[in-house]
Design a protein around this ligand. Structure first.
Ligand code: PLP
Length: 257
């Protein structure tokens, strides 16, 4: 029996709500398999990020060499990259896996605030230079979109990301103050959007859940639009069943179908 095999490259959130926990839970709930390269270890709970340390790139390289010598992958999901050195290493890994769909969630900060990047400007430049054009899809929120593109409005920024080299950008609206959550897809020749009822509360790990679910959809061979529809529905259901594991943001329940 074979399963969609997803290589996840992301950070660890000890609260279990976001990062690698969210990725593995999502991929397993959607009946895929997850192999993981953990880029950084964060210090956080459901309320706040208090810091993080990056994993040594030599160790990451040995881990990726071991995985790539052993497994084939159907998709790659990238979350917290954290530092320019890790971005360079990820670019090398992607070059060893040509043709495999790549979903990049260009995480710069946690949803509740709290930086997840070592050197903001340099990391942004490295993401643009090394990862945008190597990704099949990026899934920034509006703030990340404006930072990456240097533009001030959603539509300008979406078009600029495509000009910068990404084939597709799904700009997520969970952090906006609109009545519905509106997610916008920009590609070289299309723009479309989806609206979802905004649920009460604030959620930890919704972006990680979305990007991992899309990666499973692409690993299964779905078209981009079909993968995006499936993944957004999966996130909405997970958020509808979110629960207060701690005293801060709610944690999506990724096991309810
Ligand atoms: N990756 C890690 C390791 C994190 O700790 C977080 C947030 O805390 C994120 C990614 C982004 O989380 P979200 O999906 O809430 O944007």
């Amino acid at each position: 029996m074979s399963k969609p095999n997803v290589l996840v490259i992301a950070g660890h959130d000890p609260s279990g709500g976001a990062g690698i926990h969210a990725d593995i839970e999502t991929i397993h709930a959607l009946e895929g398999y997850a192999a993981t390269l953990i880029t950084g270890l964060t210090v956080q709970n459901s309320q706040n990020v208090f810091g993080f340390e990056m994993v040594d790139t030599q160790l990451l390289r040995r881990q990726s060499d071991a995985l790539l010598a052993d497994m084939d992958f159907d998709a790659i999901k990238i979350g917290m990259t954290g530092s320019p050195a890790v971005v360079s290493l990820i670019a090398e890994v992607l070059d060893q896996l040509p043709g495999v769909p790549v979903v990049l969630d260009p995480v710069l900060a946690a949803e509740a605030g709290g930086s997840l990047s070592e050197d903001g400007d340099t990391l942004v430049a490295a993401l643009i230079r090394d990862l945008l054009a190597r990704s099949s899809l990026i899934t920034p929120n509006l703030e990340e979109t404006l930072t990456l593109s240097g533009q001030a409005s959603l539509h300008e920024a979406g078009s600029e990301l495509v000009r910068q080299g990404t084939p597709a950008a799904l700009i997520t609206g969970s952090q906006d103050d609109t009545a519905d959550v509106r997610n916008h897809l920009f590609t070289a020749n299309a723009h479309r959007s989806w609206s979802w009822p905004r649920l009460e509360g604030s959620f930890h790990g919704s972006g990680c859940t979305l990007a991992s679910a899309i990666a499973v959809g692409l690993a299964e061979g779905r078209t981009l639009e079909k993968a995006l529809e499936m993944a957004q529905r999966f996130v909405q259901t997970s958020l509808e069943h979110a629960w207060p594991a701690g005293q801060g943001q709610l944690i999506p329940d990724r096991h309810v179908r």
